[in-house]
Design a protein around this ligand. Sequence first.
Ligand code: HMG
Length: 388
Amino acid sequence: MSVGIDEISFYTSNYYLDLRTLAQQQQTDPEKYYTGIGQEKMGMPAPDEDIVTMAANAALPIIERIGSDTISTLLFATETGIDQSKSAGVYVHRLLGLHSNCRVVELKQACYSATAALQMACALVERQPERKVLVIASDIARYELGTPGEATQGCGAVAMLISAAPRLLEIYPEVGNFTDDVMDFWRPNYRATALVDGKYSTKIYLKALKKAWEHFVQATSASFTDFGRFCYHLPFSRMAQKAHQHLAKLNHTELTPVEIEQQIEDTLRYNQIIGNSYTASMYIGLCSLLEHCQENLSEQKIGFFSYGSGCVAEFFSGRVMPGYQQALHRQRHAQLLEARQAVSYDEYLQLWHHPDPQQGESLMIPHTTPGRFRLAAISHHKREYVIC
Ligand code: HMG
């Protein structure tokens, strides 16, 4: 029996800052961002958007197709949680009208937790093949203004329906893992922005790739040439390019630099204009591959490298299903991105500084997002979500 991703849909905010605007403000060469880190735009959430509203918006097309009663479990991956106790997924459960018999839980390990959720979902479906599990990854990447990480902010959510006989991608059970207690990127409870040792984090990312790959090869006897395409965790697109060159070199590939680049280039397109969406980023990369690749990917094997700072990494793989093109939300995603609005630098600052009540103050939030779900208020320490 094959188990894997039956449907995938993503959402990002209606607003973005063009990195040329940021570069101009910082008196930096825009090519540092456009070429140096390979990023063009970064998504900025509206004041009435958060991980819950983005998650519900991402999952909406799936629920519209299959109905709200068929989901047995909702696994919510995030590292920008809004509550230390209650799962963000429980709010999404109500917004989407899921059945009261559907279980919900939130998972955390930096950008890696969506992969843990995916593997757990596959295991649940293996046990009860008639069940469907909804995996949602949703995050807002925030760094301090004026720091090297600032240009790598972004926001987005991805929803994946995991089922038996999937229409998009069979996920194979074999994995390679690597865990190490390192301080490359972290966010203590009292901070709204992440702390990061940027250069160190890129080195640890590459080390984790090598170690996870070696473990994967040991577990599977797979080789680099088995895979037609690769999806990497995408903090910024240049990171994936460097990682893939590194992996190709470790495997003494005979591919040319152009052929190596072709194995990942279609995975980068959405990330380049959305920015880092932490847990969601590699899976938005998968969407990008399936929706942009001119070649028919049916039956191709794809290698995935999932990385979460701190750190936990996993290499795993999947097979693209014949006819996958019919199950994509290509047009919906194109319309979503096409409709976005660029913000000026001052508007970016306003969005960045939008109050995030840390002391329990009440807040009425103006209606800004064009999305179906919005955060209307925070009152008596409770977040009030509404369906528009
Ligand atoms: P920086 O230090 O300001 O940048 O920030 P830089 O000086 O290293 O320049 C970047 C690249 O641009 C360099 O290329 C420059 O040469 C080039 P490279 O040497 O790397 O090939 N460059 C130019 N190119 C063309 N024209 C120009 C020009 N100027 C410079 N004029 C840094 C880089 C990564 C440190 C920063 O973006 C950062 O701190 N980012 C946040 C951390 C991060 O994303 N780390 C990635 C690995 S960790 C991870 O992926 C996990 C994460 O997603 C979190 C989680 O798991 O939860 C972050």
